[in-house]
Design a protein around this ligand. Structure first.
Ligand SMILES: C[S@@+](CC[C@H](N)C(=O)[O-])C[C@H]1O[C@@H](n2cnc3c(N)ncnc32)[C@H](O)[C@@H]1O
Length: 269
């Protein structure tokens, strides 16, 4: 899309400060990385978890950040290198992990698991790469009905997705593993012992100007089909702006769009 930031750059500049960095504080408070630990950031996106972990494990630790999408890794590699462990960026598929067995003390997967087509294989891979006594911390949003802003947008999206070559499951994928028992079942099915599944809620806060266009452009970092046809994308954005004007207005005050986003965070061993 000429003249526009890439979806991954938009993801980093819009979604990471408003959503994924605040969320990573909760995730890492539960994961409690220690000096010298070896950490895998699975489905790392632009690497917010990896960059927060690197100073915590220090230069004597190890951080591997893996993602399926080269665009995410390209955006990640342009960012400032944090103090601490060097980050190894790896292009790969979480459902077919090609990493040495027992080579990590901690696997963190922040809002990735719900996108994996074979979650059982991903959970088995996590267990395989964990060292004895290692832990996995997995965050997945609660189901769509617990996200009032995104529920309102989804209602409008359903009428216009077909023109993008997308369907309902592409739009609602972030909320597709929102049941705590289902998440627990996926992990236990792989032989991991789930210690706890807790709920945390962040309050996200975006500038209202350009909110609809920018958030779908950022989402295209995860679902590239949203921007495959730039003219169809423009028409989609215009339709959603028109159809969800009142709904978005109900979340807007002082030029900011704000809403709560609750997530489950599972800790397993
Ligand atoms: C919502 S983003 C979360 C990224 C990052 N963990 C964060 O907190 O910002 C979901 C990520 O999952 C990645 N992903 C989806 N399927 C994947 C797979 N099979 N293997 C590895 N990464 C995958 C996407 O490319 C995307 O970067």
């Amino acid at each position: 899309m000429r003249g526009m930031p890439s979806p991954a750059d938009m993801y980093e500049s819009m979604f990471v400060p408003a959503i994924f960095r605040p969320l990573s504080r909760h995730v890492l408070a539960l994961a409690a990385p220690k000096k010298g630990e070896r950490v895998l950031d699975l489905a790392c996106g632009t690497g917010i978890v990896a960059r927060q972990v690197a100073p915590l494990v220090g230069a004597e630790g190890r951080v591997v950040a893996l993602d399926l999408r080269p665009g995410m890794l390209a955006a990640a590699s342009k960012l400032t290198v944090p103090y601490g462990a060097a980050i190894e960026w790896v292009e790969g598929d979480a459902t077919r992990l090609d990493l040495a067995p027992g080579s990590f003390d901690l696997v963190v997967c922040q809002q990735g698991m719900q996108f994996f087509p074979d979650r059982a294989a991903a959970a088995a891979g996590m267990k395989r790469v964990l060292a004895s006594g290692g832990r996995a911390v997995i965050a997945c949003w609660r189901a769509l009905e617990h996200h009032p802003l995104w529920s309102a947008l989804a209602a409008a999206e359903m009428r216009h997705l077909a023109a993008l070559g997308a369907d309902a499951s592409d739009a609602t994928a972030p909320f597709a593993l929102g049941d705590a028992d289902e998440l627990r079942g996926v992990l236990e099915g792989a032989g991991l012992r789930v210690v706890e599944v807790v709920e945390r809620t962040i309050e996200v806060d975006f500038p209202a100007g350009g909110f609809v266009r920018d958030q779908y452009l950022a989402y295209a970092a995860v679902m590239p089909q949203f921007v495959a046809d730039p003219a169809a994308f423009d028409a989609f954005v215009a339709a959603i702006e028109r159809d969800s004007k009142d709904a978005i207005a109900s979340f807007t005050r002082d030029g900011r769009v704000r809403c709560p986003m609750p997530t489950h965070i599972a800790t397993a061993r």
